[in-house]
Design a protein around this ligand. Structure first.
Ligand code: HEM
Length: 400
């Protein structure tokens, strides 16, 4: 249950099951009454207003990613730092290697492949009265897309999804991963490692082989390839970041479009709105609502000093509902004109896979609604993923 110290006192606990399901009232309390929030139990600060989150995202020298970006890891030494856990300029060296592989143009060719995958999952559901849209569709699609892109064979994709889900799963009230999750993590690492070794010997036409062949100009001006560790970290990052988030975005879409039937009908009547609706969905139900940072130097915010060494959470999910920035922030409006949102991050770490997320989101929505223009989700039946990083349904029964 939510632990609210007293009525009206702003409180938010990222490990609380109830608040994970429904964080918006708590985040509103933070935005209005504790714009710089401090949680004693877990010893972290949080920013929740749009302007604050945006500015902090741009200030990497104060709000560093180099000591972990999730609450349970901030302040610990990184064993295998991927670029999401590096600050500029080191981060930018690695980002330049992969940036051009993920532009809208570079990933545009995946449109038909994604549509075919959607049909493969959704067609067998037509005619059924009730099914779990996450288990049957939204959790399966992204792992297939990203694993195909990286070059992992199809027969391995289900295992990769299970192992990668375990990376972000946390039991209630637990900050650490379970023994089972750690074992899955070892399997995932072993799989990636074997793939690197195999592609070094036999390059293929895929991203792992391209990473192995890539060259970059390092900070001292030397040109070199990626080390095995850097290759491994990049593969892990792309694979995990690309699987979990898209699965939750499309899962949340089912919940939201059941709660907002007029907006659903609007999309059914005019599927060209799906493109815009994906960004509105990202704003409204951010799949990755908290970005962790390490406070690298003391900073004053809202009249209070945040000491060097503190843990800071940037609540991009709360920023998406900030009435100071969005009119009718708590309404889902598929046609809303959105100047910007922070749900794909902001600044140096802006989501590498943003174009792919939007492509999968748009096609996923179009294909879902083409088959199921009318459906209902009972909110109490939805189970949410248990993680302090990603937010969205782990199971979402849909009645057609
Ligand atoms: C709905 C889907 C997605 C959401 C909501 C999302 C969200 C985010 C957010 C908020 C960040 C910033 C993290 C930070 O500032 O610490 C980020 C970074 C990143 N995302 Fe995504 N993401 C999505 C899909 C994807 C996909 C499909 C990929 C696959 C390539 C991907 C790969 C990455 C990578 C590699 C980074 C780190 C970028 C860097 O450090 O420069 N994401 N994402």
């Amino acid at each position: 249950m939510s632990q609210e110290p007293s009525r009206g006192t702003p409180y938010w606990d990222p490990y609380d099951d109830d608040l994970r399901r429904s964080p918006y009232a708590a985040w509103q309390g933070l935005r209005d009454d504790a714009p710089l929030y401090y949680n004693e139990r877990y010893d972290f600060f949080a920013l929740s207003r749009f302007e604050d989150v945006m500015e902090a995202s741009l200030d990497a020298s104060t709000f560093s990613s180099a000591k972990g970006v999730t609450l349970d890891t901030i302040g610990t030494e990184r064993e295998l730092a991927s670029m999401i856990e590096l600050d500029p300029p080191h981060h930018d060296v690695l980002r330049r290697v992969v940036g051009r592989w993920f532009t809208p143009r570079a990933i545009g060719h995946l449109e038909q492949r994604i549509r075919t995958l959607c049909a493969g999952y959704l067609d067998p559901l037509v005619g059924r009265e009730r099914f779990d849209i996450v288990g049957e569709f939204t959790a399966r699609l992204p792992v297939m897309v990203i694993s195909s892109l990286l070059g992992f064979p199809e027969e391995d994709h289900d295992n990769l999804r299970i192992w990668s889900d375990a990376q972000v799963h946390r039991e209630d009230g637990e900050e650490e991963r379970s023994a089972e999750a750690l074992a899955d993590s070892d399997k995932l690492h072993g799989y990636y490692w074997n793939t690197i070794v195999e592609r070094r010997a036999n390059p293929q036409n895929d991203m792992v082989s391209e990473l192995i062949a890539a060259e970059m100009e390092d900070l001292d001006g030397t040109v070199r390839g990626l080390s095995d560790i850097e290759t491994m970290a990049m593969i892990m990052l792309i694979s995990i970041a690309g699987n979990e988030t898209v699965a939750r975005l499309l899962g949340s879409s089912a919940v939201v479009l059941s709660n907002w039937p007029d907006e659903r009908r609007r999309l059914v009547e005019d599927p060209s709105l799906c493109d815009n609706a994906v960004d509105e969905m990202l704003r409204f139900e951010a799949p990755s609502p908290t970005q962790g940072r390490y406070v690298a130097r003391a900073v004053e915010l809202h009249g209070q000093v945040v000491p060097e060494g503190s843990k800071m959470l940037l609540l991009t999910g709360a920023a998406g509902r900030d009435e100071r920035h969005y009119e009718r922030a708590h309404e889902f409006d598929a046609g809303r004109r959105i100047d910007r949102h922070l749900s794909l991050g902001y600044g140096a770490h802006y989501c590498l896979g943003a174009a792919l997320a939007r492509l999968e989101g748009r096609i996923g929505l179009e294909e879902m609604l083409a088959r199921f223009p009318e459906f209902h989700v009972e909110p109490d039946d939805v189970e949410y993923v248990k993680t302090n990083t990603v937010r969205g349904p782990a199971m979402c029964p849909v009645t057609v």
